[in-house]
Design a protein around this ligand. Structure first.
Ligand code: 4G3
Length: 268
């Protein structure tokens, strides 16, 4: 396994992105009088009965580049590899009766126990995606982006045995007040929101810090060419070249939209 340091190298007063191949260990390097301002390599582990589900979302676009750049490394674990019966079953009928199947506790525990024996994962949050969880937010994404490693548990069917909620997961997250067929899509939503905050994943230095939600506001309107489309013109201020006035207009637009559409964001 080769490790890379991704960071910002401050060299003769100039900041630049660097990617350093450092082999099997992770020293904090001072190179030729240059300081590594920060470094990162996050491990993201996903425990699922449907590992193929993740092939294309993690293998395309930004997530693919994030993986290739060394900012993050993805590990997808097949729950069925942690079963012990001959049918490799991951679910069973609910005690007390009722429709649907419940995910069994043993494969989740066996897989997480196995992962937690790795030093880098010993303190990692174990996140169960569930409609009963804490509502996901940009604030939560920022907090998760500080972790060295994350472990996601994805349930299916009618739900997951309560002992996984109580004694295995360290947190339970919901992406919103609705139910989908499995925890896989919700986990991918959380992973995408976290990974794009990692240093070096987005193109320029501050493209994530400029996000509307990072400032607690909705985004301002964006326009590109053409200047006029079907009679609808781009606001004149954006064509003016007055950077200070443009910044002020954008701030006003973001505030007005937030007031009209999401008063709740201003109250908190
Ligand atoms: C019930 C998460 C259903 C229990 C998961 C997992 C929606 C979300 C499931 C359980 C989900 C959400 C799978 N649906 N709102 N379905 O984040 O642990």
């Amino acid at each position: 396994m080769n490790y890379f340091i991704r960071g910002i190298l401050q060299s003769m007063g100039v900041l630049k992105f660097v990617k350093l191949k450092i082999g099997r260990c992770c020293p904090l390097e001072i190179l030729n009088g240059s300081t590594v301002v920060f470094l990162s390599l996050m491990q993201i582990h996903i425990v699922t009965a449907f590992p193929k589900f993740f092939e294309s979302p993690l293998g395309e676009s930004m997530m693919k580049r994030a993986g290739q750049s060394g900012a993050v490394k993805f590990f997808v674990h097949d729950l069925r590899d942690y079963t012990t019966d001959k049918h490799r079953s991951v679910d069973d009928y609910p005690y007390g009766g009722g429709p649907g199947m419940i995910m069994k506790p043993e494969p989740f525990f066996a897989c997480v126990d196995h992962l937690r024996r790795q030093d880098e994962l010993a303190g990692a949050p174990v996140i169960l995606m569930s409609p009963q969880g804490e509502k996901f937010s940009q604030r939560k994404a920022t907090a998760l982006a500080q972790e060295q490693a994350l472990i996601f548990l994805c349930g299916h069917y009618k739900g997951v045995d309560e002992r996984v909620h109580q004694h295995l997961a360290t947190e339970e997250i919901s992406i919103g007040d609705y139910v989908v067929t499995g925890g896989e899509l919700p986990a991918l939503v959380v992973i995408d929101a976290v990974v794009r905050l990692l240093p070096g994943v987005l193109g320029d230095l501050d493209s994530a810090s400029g996000d509307s939600f990072q400032a607690g506001l909705l985004d301002f309107p964006h326009y590109t060419r053409p200047e006029e489309f079907r009679g609808w013109r781009v606001p004149e201020i954006l064509l003016s070249g007055h950077h200070a006035k443009i910044a002020q207009w954008r701030r006003e637009q973001a505030e007005a939209r937030t007031r009209e559409r999401r008063q709740d964001l201003l109250e908190s």
